[in-house]
Ligand binder design. Structure first.
Ligand SMILES: [Zn+2]
Length: 462
């Protein structure tokens, strides 16, 4: 029996690992490689394994960098089961179809110039129809229930506290009387994150595959972050402008809504109109709403209060483009939560066009902004930005709120790994090189664990 490392070994996207035991082959995650164009092109390369040798896919959570190549796998002939936590199944329904839609649009766009230059046309990586085929093979499991998925292979999902349905996976392997237990962290959330439970403690493993996105960094204190958000809302109210919040549709949008609900009175939100202006975020929020049994204690209490006394009564969910465009007429008193999170597309672009040159307007950046994005230009304090080919002078107030990451920081990671009392051998993945190495060193020095960083294609005998 062994593990093969094929993804998130040289960065933080394209999560993908293989376990082989008892004649079975288990694929742990099948994520899309994201980033610049050259990186994305890697998704078109053949898988380093044959799709029909896979016996089962085990998915940790819905994010595209963990799930986004599943439709491709199915398109290439994989017909077996794809296991996921129940809420992940519902979020994948949104995410994979959206990803397929973007793949189709990208291919159309690319083929336009290819046609003009008489170059061979390309096919989308996969289509919406492929994504739907894949979604038919998803099997939902509950947290904390051990399940035999193949002869000699059992799994159990534990809450990872990262997004709704996110899981760490315990995997028991049994081959000719030899037993091994592997734990895959998936993406871990911060402790004390809103809505979700803390990452569940797991006590035992022989081998641990763990993420390290923030393997050498600490997040800002949460209460400071909340106070900062309250301050920005007050400032925007005082200056009588709109407040724009570019946010990822899944996770971050719900977290912002949660805080707006929780601090409704304190932040005097009754004087605002609040818009959730993203069809995908609206759908994701409905999924979050349908899983109250996955909430932490505080969210459960708040949910009861909301049931009794409708909070955020001035929240409008704007589905249609017409409703979205109508917001553009509002010059003051609107909080607009919209995607995309890095201002690379979507409805937020239109709101930025209308507000960015107004001195009373405020933009609150609450998520990571990659190099080269409009969001990054705003964070960097550029005074001129280009939107849809036109230049806009930035007069709005830009605020960067740092503490809302969905990922565990180094203290959270150490705390989570510290729960293991079996001295597992640790394999650090899913981080930038320095972050992985620093985390590895800390595991060795503070917890006396044998930890290493696998390279792409490494095979480890268990
Ligand atoms: Zn994730």
């Amino acid at each position: 029996m062994h593990i093969e490392f094929y993804g998130a070994t040289s960065g933080i996207t394209g999560s993908c690992h293989i376990l082989r035991a008892n004649g079975e082959t288990i694929l742990l995650d099948c994520g899309l490689i994201q980033g610049r164009r050259e990186e994305m092109e890697k998704n078109r390369r053949p898988f380093p394994f044959s799709p029909d040798e896979i016996s089962a896919v085990v998915l940790s959570h819905g994010h595209i960098d963990h799930s986004g190549r599943i439709p491709l796998l199915v398109k290439q002939g994989y017909q077996g089961p794809i296991y996921a936590q129940n809420a992940t199944v519902d979020l994948c329904d949104i995410l994979l179809q959206d990803s397929a839609f973007l793949q189709e649009k990208d291919a159309q766009y690319e083929n336009k110039w290819r046609k003009r230059k008489k170059k061979p046309l390309i096919e989308p990586l996969y289509t919406v129809a492929d994504a739907r085929d894949a979604l038919n093979n998803l099997i939902g499991l509950r947290y904390r229930e051990k399940q035999e998925i193949l002869p000699g292979v059992s799994i159990r999902y534990q809450d990872a506290g990262h997004i709704l349905g996110s899981a760490s996976v315990e995997i028991w392997l049994d081959e000719k009387g030899k037993q091994r237990k592997v734990v895959f962290s998936g993406d871990l959330g911060q402790y004390d994150t809103p809505i979700l439970n803390d990452p569940a403690a797991i006590g035992q493993a022989d081998h641990l595959i763990v993420e390290s996105t923030y393997g050498n960094r600490r997040h800002r204190d949460r209460q400071n972050t909340i106070d900062e958000i309250g301050g920005i809302i007050r400032e925007a109210a005082h200056e009588k402008g709109n407040l724009l919040i570019p946010a990822f549709s899944i996770g971050r949008s719900q977290e912002i809504l949660y805080y707006l609900g929780k601090y409704y009175d304190q932040w005097e939100l009754d004087r605002w109109q609040v818009f959730l202006d993203s069809p995908m975020a609206i759908r994701a929020s409905k999924v979050y709403w349908e899983y109250p049994h996955l909430y932490d204690e505080e969210a459960t209490r708040l949910r009861k209060r909301i049931n009794e006394m409708p909070h955020l009564r001035n929240l409008k969910l704007t589905q249609t483009p017409q409703e979205s465009m109508a917001i553009n007429r509002i010059k003051s008193g609107a909080i607009i939560i919209s995607a995309s999170g890095m201002c690379t597309g979507g409805r937020i672009i239109h709101h930025l066009k209308h507000n960015i040159s107004r001195s009373g307007a405020h933009v609150m950046i609450v998520g990571y902004q990659a190099n080269g994005t409009l969001g990054r230009a705003l964070v960097d304090g550029k005074s001129l930005v280009r939107i849809h080919g036109d230049e806009y002078r930035v007069k709005a107030n830009i605020h960067t709120v740092g503490g809302l990451s969905a990922h565990a920081d180094i203290d959270d990671l150490m705390r989570w790994v510290g729960n293991f009392n079996s001295h597992p051998q640790v394999h650090v993945v899913h981080g930038e090189p320095e972050s992985k190495q620093d985390f590895c060193d800390k595991l060795a020095s503070d917890l006396k664990l044998k930890a290493s960083v696998p390279m792409y294609g490494d095979i480890l005998e268990l």
